[in-house]
Design a protein. Sequence first.
Length: 142
Amino acid sequence: MEPQTTAEAMLIAACGINCRSCMAWLRTRNRCNGCKATVGPKANHCSSCVIRNCPQLAASSKGLCFECNDFPCRRLRQLDKRYRLKYNENLIGNLQRIQHIGIDQFMAFQQLKWQCVHCGALLSVHRPNCQQCGKPRETAEG
Ligand SMILES: [Zn+2]
């Protein structure tokens, strides 16, 4: 892994969620350091996450589920389904995209995706509206 990609790649959770778009990352109080951070507070649902704690994940080099022989496993498919229905976010799609275009390019797209076109603030996957200007989540990326 190239050293300059490490910090960014660290912010993509094993399941394909971008930690930067997570409410636990965006909040100021008791802020989460990300899925892969070994220190600092972590959201409860992430600490106890079956995907994050999957023993097969420990064997992967990037810590992303697509490296696994069982990808996409039942647990990941369940989480993906929940995120697609609830938050309109395709986690398996994210992972497949990283697989195809690489983490650097993926992160470049992600930067556009989670930036509010109205005010430039960071958007959250967990919120339908911009936390700063209150407008519906809308981004430059289609
Ligand atoms: Zn905004």
